[in-house]
Design a protein around this ligand. Sequence first.
Ligand SMILES: [Zn+2]
Length: 322
Amino acid sequence: MRKIYYQYDPQRRVYRRVFPTVGQRLASWFWRLLLSVLLGGVFFIIYWFMISTPQVGDLMEENSRLQSQYRVLSRKVDDALLVLHDIEERDDNLYRVILEADPVPEVVRQAGFNGTNRYAELMDMSNAELVVNTSQKVDMLEKKLYMQSRSFDEVIELSREQENKLACIPAIQPVSNKDLKRTASGYGYRTDPIYHVRTFHHGMDFACDTGTPVYATGNGKVVFAKWQSGFGNLVEIDHGYGYKTRYAHLSKIMVKVGQNVVRGEEIALAGSTGKSTGPHVHYEIWIGNKDVNPVNYYFMDLDADQYEEMINLAENHGKIFD
Ligand SMILES: [Zn+2]
């Protein structure tokens, strides 16, 4: 509806109708529109900076809470990485040293953690640095944990292997101390008791009565069990890992070739067969093709009671019926 305009005429004291031109009407509309826009702008600014709806306030508060939680999380990830680093150090410098294994190379520990930026989509966020940094650290933690877990699998496998190796390598005397008559005669050059010339003695002699039990000095398999010139009745055990032991001048052999024996198992009785001046056990240790001094292979260092106990334990070997 068109507006009707009046103007007061003070001389005639009447209202007179006026007819504004199109230009005047347009100008009037323009000024009103401008005023509305300005007022709108002012109210918008006031609203934006001062009033702010309750929802926006809540979101802002939540955002700042999330930020501080993110910082706490980031610090906790730092702590976890430190603990993991300590575990890695122990793995390399303790477990792997004991087991004579190489440390895990740093490249493997990092598990290819570098190269392409996988966090590009996070860079658009406000607080991108904190978020990207924390994400990177969590990823690193995850990868390092995985590598550490694999390393421990290897350590467990190595320690099993080591346990088996320790059970196989000769580590006790073939004759119990209580049965020994004299200190064993040693390895090395000595005057031959029969030919009276200096010859090399490749083993150790344990003087004892004929019929004294002779024990396997480590787990292994019997590879020789019969008469051999010079040695008389001879038993040879292959312990694996390059180790072999020989027990000579026996009065009786109690094992067969191919038989598995354990440390402390009775394999023969002492005697004086072959080239011998009296009852004793001649004991040799070989590593590959070389004989070594057996004196270094009694490191289980058992006292008489412990030795007895071990022999009793070994007696049950082969008598299990399952
Ligand atoms: Zn000898």
